[in-house]
Structures are given as structure tokens and as C-alpha cells.
Design a protein around this ligand. Structure first.
Ligand code: KOT
Length: 801
């Protein structure tokens, strides 16, 4: 069907007409998308079946990655690429005058995640399959993914996302493998033959129905599985209000919670978490038991990873299943549980650390709560032995304290491995945030610096750059991203620099066209494309970027002779719908854009663009076009960042603080090839401890700061003068929690250096190529290999074709 373009064309036309019941000329782009999608899914299915059969027959250890989010992005073109049939399909379609890009536009962008955490999970699936590792994802099939963002008069408005509106060609519903989940009710405890048993009575039953999606490895036979659970009504109880039962049940998987790095604390979220964990563990155990008889050896065949604390209920749920269903003793079950589970922490921000009030928790999951109480009592007893009399320490480390269940403590105590996502983040966990746990479990803690899949973020997103690299150093880097380093030998070659400049220019033209269409703003291709795309959050400091632009505007207005390299400042960001401050910053960017872009003289030099509805498919157009990557979080607050890696791989230079993986990027490329500025993490943490920072002093002593901060409320933005008062208050009245004013001067200095450096064109191109050469380390293939070797202890299967 895909062996050559003529065969493909023939099958495609036949299938298109039979599926749609109309002649080729009458078919729509969506008809063509659905037809091609179905053909590809069918092509995948034999490999998928073979992979599963291999897993059954070899019966080797497998890993299950539990995550409340998988931010997949579109799958059609990535699947074609991974299957090695993209060229054949593209050629065949071209003969029919169809552009693959146009067809791709019909695919919705599955946005089952908020940002970094969910996208990391998606990159990991791609790497697992490509490395032939037996590893599967378990998540939730949200009916509505992350909201669609519309901008109305400069304000964010949220619309429900509708990725399933036209169906999903990639999924297979498996009703036979549904699991039952119990909420509410009571636990009846009884003694049978001298053994305690627990009966859950009066529970509300929810059916978890799996939808499986294939995860296709790149140029290998492996096709792993992403299993997404859908909540449906189970059998009706006789005197139940059927309609409200149906509504309440389906509500569990209706929406993805739209907060990134923030804890919502709503009961529906807790229901989602238990729903995911219980259905996944039941399914994992059922599949283990098909091939194995001794549940006490589960951890020899199964590793289960919990992606942050959202699936941390895996600890008590696995205990429950092993004890109440499989009949293990507490000690036996605890041994299996702790040997099976591992946990990744993705943030130290206190507002993101999940703590559930007992009054919500206990009635919803009575048996789970009993088990957590027991885990807590045994853990506290251990602590008492180690630190006799130190109540303060025990209270601080307990899993249940002050009527709250602390999910991070539960995850740490119940896992065999706890990792951070960049060196500095793991060090902060070990030596500060989780120090007391590190003291008692030193060998559990480790680092796994994040990575991104170069197959999406280079091969798919930037075919022009991919071809240039192939022509320069051959194709080895495709399978071994470390080989990108070979590019370094060629960077002084003028041809390579010019070709790279051409590739970048073409991508800037494409983005400029999109900006012209969507925003009605004409941007200068020769200007620096300076980009900050990520979720809107105070700690990520989009405000610092904004204040710098206001400063530049002021200088350009005050001094007609002031010249700088022209720049286009590009933003993309969604704000959590309830995050007032973040929404204000979005409005501020729009007001600034109005001011700057409508000034006849200034707008020839700088422009400000906010790109609506930032998402994976838009990101694929943005990273290849960027010259400068803004990674300017307050040091110590961004656990790793992964956007920083996507920019680097596409030849943008980083302007960044010494935070998260920026530090490791600097170590890779060298100080001359990155622009770092600002407080170090240690300096920030010292300030936080000693309370000696006074933002007012910076406001009073630096005229540049005073001017830009005053402009927030003095009518400069031609709005109601109160519009941005809360932002000014955050900087002055609330003493600038994220040290924006403290880092302002240093940021201005470094930005001036960026402008000058860009004018040394040759040098700039060299720096960009050095960044690309060193980006191999940040492939998620490296990250996943480290998880596989150090944490999961799993081996590859099958062979490359
Ligand atoms: C959200 C809610 C609770 C706990 C953690 C989060 C979270 C963390 N969401 N996204 N993150 C980001 O994860 C990325 C992948 O590890 C990191 O690169 C990034 O720094 C985190 O902010």
C-alpha cells in the first residue's frame, strides 16, 4: 500500500471514494485526512499486534508511565515520518495536486496537557518506542483538552477545546478491558478465619473504558501503546437518579484542568487522579497475571512510573489491590509496591505541591484513606526510632499532618526512586526542599535532566535544517543525536553558514506570513526574532521582557539618533483562567503592542506580536524561525524547561538566567555561545531566607526602572489608569517576589550585547551552529536511556529494520 507512490496513489483513491461515497473531485480536505489517517492506522496495526505478541512471548520487564497529561500534538505526519513512508505519501499526493501540509491542517491538535510536564510525557513515549523499549503510557481521555485561547480586545477568553469533534482516527476502544472504579460508600471490616477483610459497601461505581493509541517508533518495528481511560456509567443502582449519575460519571473525564504549576484542590481533580491510577493498576496487574503466576514477583516484570504527584495514589492503590484482592500481607505488599514505583518531581513551587484536605479525601476513597493512615503511622514510627523525641521533624515529614494528605511525601515514601529534571533542580530537592527525606533515603534520590524528541522538534518541525545537517554530516545523527556534534567541524565553512542563514530566513518568512494573516502585523525578516513562548506565570517573568521593551521604546522616543538592531518581540502564552495576574500580563502585552506597533518611527525598529492560542502545532512553526530564545525565569524556580532545548536545536541563541537546564545548555555550548544574566539560584534563595531584598530601593535608585514602572499607571498605555495597577503593586507593594526589578539592569545589559552580537553576522551564525551541534545531549533518547538503565532496569526488544 505504501511501497511506492503509484501504489499508494491507487490505494488512496480507491479508499477515498469507497469511504466517502463520492468521486475524488467532490472530496474535501477532511475526507482526504480521514482516509489517509485510516490507511496509516491500518498499516500500523500489524506491527502493533506483533509488538504486543513479542511482549507476551518474551515476558521481559515493562514500564508503565502514569501521567495525568500527555500533550501529544498532531500525529499524522509524525507517524508517516516514523514509519518511513512520508516521502512516498507526499509524492503520491502531489501527483493528485494535494498538499500534505493542507491535509495535516484538518487534524486536531490533541492538547491533553498544559505545558512542560505533559509534553515531556509525549516526548518520552516517542523515545521509548524508538529505542525498542517496552514502555507504555497511561492517561486520561479528556473529552476537552486544554482550552482554546481567543484574544478579545487584548483580553484572554477561553473556549472549550473540541479535539474529538470529528472522531479520532488513531484510537481503538477496548470495552472488554474496562475496569470498575469505586468512589464513596463505607468499608466494612470483618474477621474471616482469623484474617482481616475489608468490604467496600454502598459505593458509586464508575466504568473506566480504555482507548488505545499506537505509539510508533522511528524506523523500527516497535509500536507501543498509549492507553487513555474514558469514564462511563457502570450498572445502575435501582433507586439512583439515572440522569444525574450519568452526568456525574462522565464529568470525570470531561475536562483537563487548565492549571500549570498550580494546585487546584478540587474534588473532581482528585476523582480524576484516583480514576487514572485505579484503572491503570488494575489493567497492569491483569496483563501481568496472564503470563505470570506469582504476584509477589510483580516488580521483576513491571516498573510503574508516576509523573509528578498526580498519580501518587498509585502507592495506596497498589497496596489495596495486592492485599485486598491478591491476598498479600502488609509487608509483602509493601515490598512489591516500593520496588515497583518510581517518581519524578517537576517543580519546587509551593503552590504546586499537592495537599488534599482529609474532609475531601476520606469520604471519597475510604479504603485508600485507611491505607494511607497505616503507611503514615508506620513511617512516623520509623522516624521516631531514628529521631526520638523530635516531634517537629516528624510532623514536618509526616504524610498526613494538619488535616492534609501530602502527596509528595506519599510518593517519596512509596517509591524506590525520586528524581528531579535538571541538575540544579535535583540538587535543590536533595539539599533544600526534600532534605529531610534525602537524609533518610540518600540512595533513592537522583537526577534525570529532561530531553525533547528531535524527531518532532527537528526532523518534523524543521525539514530544511534536517536536510542541511544530513548533507553536511550524513544521517547518523538521526539515530544517534549525539552525532550532531560532528557539525562542529564544519561551522567555519562559509557555505554551511550561508545555507543555515537561508534555512532560518525561509522559516522566518513562513512565520511572518502567519503573523500577517493572524495578527495583521507586518514584521521585518531582517529583524531579530526574539521569542518567549511558554505558559504565562509570574515566575517565568514575561513581565521582565515587557519592561525591557518599554525601556527600548522610551530610548527610541527620547533619542532619535539611538540606533539598535531591529527586533520583533514574539510572545505566545496561555494563562490559567483563574490566574488574575497572568491574565493581566497578557493584556499588558497587547497594550504594549498597540503602542509600539502604531508608532510610525519606533515600529520601524521594534515590533511586538502576541500569537494567539499557543499549542504544539504553532510551536512547530515558531521554534525554527527564532533567533533568540527567552528563558528568563527567576533562578531556582524553573525546574528544567524544555522549550529552551527546542530553540537551541533549531539554532536560536538563549538569553537566560542560570536556572533549570539553561545551566546545562551553557555547560554544553560554552559561555560565549549563550547570553546569561541575573541572580544565581543561591542568591535568590539567600534573599528568600534573609528577607533583605527591597524592590523599592531599585525603583528609587534606577531611573530607568522608575520610568518603566510608572508607565504602568500614568496613562502611557492610554487605558484606564487602574488597568495595570496590580502589576505595579506586585513589583512595589508586594516587594517583587520574583526579583524582576533586581534583575532588570543585568537583563538590559545582556540584551544590548545580543543586539550587537547579531550584527556580527558571521559570528552569530557560528554560535547558532554550535548550539545545534551540542543539542544532541538534550534528545529525550538520552534521558529515556538513563531512566531505563538507572531506574526502570528495562532492556530493549526487537531489532531495527
Ligand atoms: C504542575 C502541577 C503540579 C506539579 C508540577 C507541575 C508542572 C511542572 N507542570 N509542568 N511542570 C514543568 O515540567 C517540565 C518538565 O519536567 C519542566 O521542564 C518545567 O520546568 C516544569 O515547570
Amino acid at each position: 500500500m505504501f511501497s511506492n507512490s503509484d501504489r499508494f496513489k491507487e490505494s488512496f483513491l480507491k479508499r477515498l471514494e469507497s469511504m466517502c461515497g463520492k468521486g475524488f473531485e467532490e472530496t474535501t480536505k477532511r475526507d482526504q485526512y480521514l482516509t489517509l489517517g485510516n490507511m496509516v492506522r491500518e498499516y500500523i496495526s500489524s506491527k502493533w499486534i506483533e509488538t504486543n505478541e513479542l511482549y507476551r512471548s518474551e515476558n521481559k520487564k515493562q514500564v508503565y508511565y502514569l501521567s495525568i497529561e500527555f500533550l501529544l500534538g498532531r500525529l499524522l505526519v509524525q507517524n508517516l515520518l516514523n514509519l518511513g513512508i512520508k516521502d512516498v505519501v507526499e509524492e503520491g499526493l502531489n501527483d493528485l495536486d494535494i498538499d500534505l501540509g493542507d491535509i495535516e491542517e484538518c487534524e486536531s491538535d490533541p492538547a491533553l496537557g498544559n505545558g512542560g510536564l505533559g509534553r515531556l510525557a509525549a516526548c518520552f513515549l516517542d523515545s521509548l518506542a524508538t529505542l525498542n523499549l517496552p514502555g507504555h503510557g497511561y492517561g486520561i481521555r479528556y473529552k476537552h483538552g486544554l482550552f482554546d485561547q481567543k484574544i478579545v480586545d487584548g483580553y484572554q477568553v477561553e473556549l472549550p477545546e473540541q479535539w474529538l469533534r470529528h472522531g479520532n482516527v488513531w484510537e481503538v476502544r477496548k470495552p472488554d478491558e474496562a475496569a470498575e472504579i469505586l468512589f464513596w460508600g463505607k468499608i466494612e471490616t470483618s474477621y474471616d478465619n482469623n484474617e482481616l477483610s475489608f468490604k467496600h459497601v454502598g459505593a458509586e461505581k464508575v466504568l473506566a473504558v480504555p482507548y488505545d493509541m499506537p505509539v510508533v517508533g522511528y524506523h523500527v518495528d516497535t509500536v507501543n501503546t498509549l492507553r487513555l481511560w474514558n469514564a462511563e456509567p457502570a450498572a445502575f443502582a435501582p433507586n439512583q437518579d439515572i440522569l444525574s449519575y450519568k452526568r456525574d460519571t462522565e464529568a470525570i473525564t470531561d475536562f483537563l484542568y487548565p492549571d500549570d504549576t498550580h494546585d487546584e484542590g478540587k474534588i473532581l481533580r482528585l476523582k480524576q487522579q484516583y480514576f487514572l491510577v485505579s484503572s491503570s493498576l488494575q489493567s497492569i496487574i491483569a496483563s501481568y497475571k496472564k503470563e505470570n503466576s506469582n504476584i509477589r514477583e510483580l516488580h521483576h516484570s513491571v516498573a510503574i512510573h508516576i509523573n509528578d504527584t498526580h498519580p501518587a495514589l498509585a502507592v495506596p492503590e497498589l497496596m489495596r489491590l495486592l492485599m485486598d484482592i491478591e491476598g498479600l500481607t502488609w509487608d509483602e505488599a509493601w515490598k512489591v509496591t516500593t520496588n515497583t514505583l518510581s517518581y519524578t518531581n517537576h517543580t519546587i513551587l509551593s503552590e504546586a505541591l499537592e495537599k488534599w484536605p482529609i474532609y475531601l479525601f476520606k469520604p471519597l476513597m475510604p479504603r485508600i484513606y485507611m491505607i494511607i493512615e497505616e503507611i503514615n503511622e508506620r513511617f512516623c514510627a520509623e522516624l521516631w526510632n531514628k529521631y526520638p523525641g523530635d516531634w517537629h521533624k516528624i510532623e514536618h515529614m509526616a504524610i498526613i499532618a494538619h488535616d492534609l494528605v501530602k502527596m509528595a511525601h506519599l510518593a517519596i515514601v512509596g517509591s524506590n526512586s525520586i528524581n528531579g529534571v535538571a541538575k540544579i533542580h535535583s540538587d535543590i530537592l536533595k539539599h533544600r526542599e526534600m532534605k529531610s527525606f534525602y537524609d533518610i533515603y540518600p540512595t533513592k534520590f537522583n537526577n534525570k535532566t529532561n530531553g525533547i524528541t528531535h524527531r518532532r522538534w527537528l526532523l518534523k518541525a524543521n525539514p530544511g535544517l534536517t536536510n542541511l545537517i544530513k548533507n553536511t554530516i550524513g544521517e547518523d545523527f538521526v539515530h544517534q543525536p549525539d552525532k550532531l556534534i560532528d557539525l562542529k567541524r564544519h561551522i567555519y565553512h562559509p557555505d554551511l553558514k550561508e545555507q543555515f542563514a537561508n534555512v532560518k530566513r525561509k522559516r522566518k518568512e513562513i512565520l511572518a506570513k502567519r503573523i500577517a494573516e493572524k495578527n495583521g502585523i507586518l514584521v521585518d525578516i531582517d529583524s531579530i526574532f526574539d521569542v518567549q513562548v511558554k505558559r504565562m506565570h509570574a515566575y517565568k517573568r514575561q513581565l521582565l521582557n515587557v519592561l525591557h521593551i518599554i525601556y527600548l521604546y522610551n530610548r527610541l522616543k527620547e533619542d532619535v539618533n539611538y540606533t539598535i538592531q531591529p527586533r520583533t518581540f514574539i510572545f505566545g502564552a496561555k494563562a490559567s483562567p483563574t490566574y488574575y495576574y497572568a491574565k493581566k500580563i497578557i493584556k499588558l502585552i497587547h497594550s504594549l503592542a498597540d503602542k509600539v506597533n502604531n508608532d510610525p518611527r519606533v515600529s520601524k525598529i521594534i515590533k511586538v506580536v502576541f500569537m494567539e492560542n499557543y499549542r504544539v502545532s504553532l510551536a512547530e512553526d515558531i521554534f525554527p524561525a527564532a533567533d533568540v530564545s527567552e528563558q528568563i525565569s527567576t533562578a531556582s524556580k524553573e525546574a528544567s524547561g524544555t522549550g529552551n532545548m527546542k530553540f537551541m536545536m533549531n539554532g536560536a541563541l538563549t538569553v537566560g538566567t542560570l536556572d533549570g537546564a539553561n545551566i546545562e545548555i551553557m555547560e554544553e555550548v560554552g559561555k560565549d555561545n549563550i547570553f546569561t544574566f541575573g541572580l544565581t539560584a543561591q542568591e535568590v534563595l539567600n534573599y528568600e531566607e534573609n528577607g533583605r531584598y527591597r524592590s523599592m530601593e531599585y525603583y528609587h535608585h534606577d531611573l530607568r526602572i522608575r520610568q518603566v514602572v510608572d508607565q504602568l499607571t500614568n496613562g502611557f498605555f492610554s487605558e484606564d489608569e487602574g488597568e495595570f495597577e496590580s502589576i505595579k503593586d506586585s513589583l512595589l507593594v508586594q516587594n517583587d517576589q520574583y526579583f524582576v526589578l533586581r534583575d532588570f539592569a543585568s537583563y538590559i545589559d545582556i540584551q544590548e550585547k545580543v543586539g550587537v552580537a547579531y550584527q556580527q553576522r558571521d559570528k552569530w551564525l557560528e554560535k547558532a551552529l554550535i548550539n545545534i551541534s551540542h543539542s544532541g545531549f538534550f534528545s529525550s533518547d538520552r534521558t529515556i536511556q538513563q531512566y531505563a538503565d538507572d531506574i526502570w532496569k528495562i532492556d530493549p526488544m526487537g531489532v531495527r529494520v
